[in-house]
Design a protein around this ligand. Structure first.
Ligand code: SF4
Length: 397
């Protein structure tokens, strides 16, 4: 078995660092060719910080290569994953870096218009963002001579609109339901134009790559998960809040730092992520490998800690209620599956179904993973199977 790559828990300071001049970085970077800027992002191995971990440089490259004009860049600020609150803080405290990342992308792909898709619950940020945008536009248009404009679109509160094609539907005034893929937004996106959609944190990090270079950026983190990451820490912790940490830390180190001494489980990646029990803290790192294999777990940044006073049945019940409520209902596996999983664990708890029915529900969740149309239905099995398999007795008694 190959050696697990890991890093000591280490704080990094980029996103909220005041030692950063956005206009200086843009002035320096815009002296390069579009291909050189793009190659820097590709070489950095920066992956999307919304949770899915798609390579940012490849997304930009795909949109750049499209011949169709009128391209768009959208900052996905529809931060709806339970337990995640770091994008709000970035927009409050470091919006200029996000705008800078959007301008970099616009330069590379040839866009003239950008949008911030802001979560409906974050409408209170609009006046602040408009003020910051006025400062940014003045610098970009008057000092840099680059014609690129950013506007704000506020969502209406649906979790599924964080999915990029549902987000596009919502912006076009249609029901917020995911589209079939392919085609991907980089070829047919907003109003059928090539569109890059990047998370808030991802865009801010492209400015870090532009400032320090791909090689320096790659010194942080582990293979497949380079750089630092913002984590929203919540639950049973005396240190709830937002922390920027290097990728690749062991979960046991994280729990030692943030736990209350009695942590029995950590939900990594919010309701759509994985639940890791205490016995696996020592064999789990935080990265992007993507499966609960005792190795590297992906996360958009939500880290919820639970101590022994918590019922994992209640935690799972809460997540399933959330998914059943937020399912857009477009495809049967998710629309019906979320309801059946919820009713199923309730029936077992009441003693109306035997504990063997858990196997049927686990199989249903796997079917949902394989057959649901978008990430919402596909990811229900992550928390369902990891909670049921590790806390089976709590589902029954
Ligand atoms: S998986 Fe769920 S949220 Fe996604 S399209 Fe199907 S019903 Fe809608």
């Amino acid at each position: 078995m190959s050696q697990m790559e890991m890093k000591k828990l280490k704080r990094v300071d980029f996103i909220f660092s005041k030692d950063f001049n956005v206009s200086e970085v843009l002035f320096g970077t815009f002296k390069k060719t579009r291909d050189e800027i793009l190659q820097g992002i590709i070489n950095s191995d920066l992956k999307g910080r919304g949770g899915a971990g798609f390579p940012t440089g490849l997304k930009w490259k795909a949109a750049k290569e499209e011949k169709n004009g009128g391209k768009y860049i959208i900052c996905n600020a529809d931060e709806g994953e339970p337990g995640t609150f770091k994008d709000r803080a970035i927009l409050e405290e470091a919006a200029q870096k996000v705008f800078g990342g959007m301008a970099l992308c616009a330069k590379v792909i040839g866009a003239r218009k950008g949008w911030i898709y802001l979560r409906g619950e974050y409408k209170f940020l609009v006046p602040h963002l408009r003020k910051e945008l006025a400062i940014f536009h003045e610098m970009l248009h008057n000092d840099l001579g680059f014609e690129f404009t950013i506007d704000i679109f506020t969502g209406s509160g649906a979790y599924v609109c964080g999915e990029e094609t549902a987000l596009l539907q919502s912006m076009e005034g249609k029901r917020g339901e995911p589209r079939n893929k392919p085609p991907y937004p980089t070829s047919i996106g907003l109003y059928d134009k090539p569109t890059v959609i990047n998370n808030v944190e991802t865009l801010a990090l492209t400015m870090m790559v532009a400032k320090i270079g791909a090689e320096e950026f790659k010194k942080l983190g582990i293979q497949d998960a380079r750089g630092g990451k913002l984590f929203s820490v919540s639950g049973d912790t005396p240190k709830g809040g937002i922390y920027e940490l290097e990728f690749g830390m062991l979960l046991s180190d994280f729990v030692e730092e943030f736990g209350d001494g009695d942590t029995k489980a950590v939900q990594v990646g919010g309701a759509s992520g994985f639940c890791v029990p205490r016995k696996k803290f020592d064999s789990t790192t935080i990265g992007y490998k993507g499966k609960l294999t005792g190795t590297s777990l992906p996360t958009g940044g939500s880290m919820m800690l639970f101590n022994s006073s918590r019922s994992m049945y209640n935690v799972l019940h809460n997540y399933l209620e959330f998914f059943a409520e937020e399912s857009c209902g477009q495809c049967t596996p998710c629309r019906v599956g979320t309801q059946q999983l919820l009713k199923g664990i309730e029936a077992i708890k009441r003693g109306e179904k035997s504990h063997e029915y858990l196997e049927v529900l686990l199989s249903l969740s796997e079917t949902m993973k394989l057959t649901s149309k978008c990430g919402l239905g596909q990811s229900v099995a992550n928390s369902f199977s990891s909670i049921v398999e590790n806390f089976r007795e709590e589902m029954i008694y």
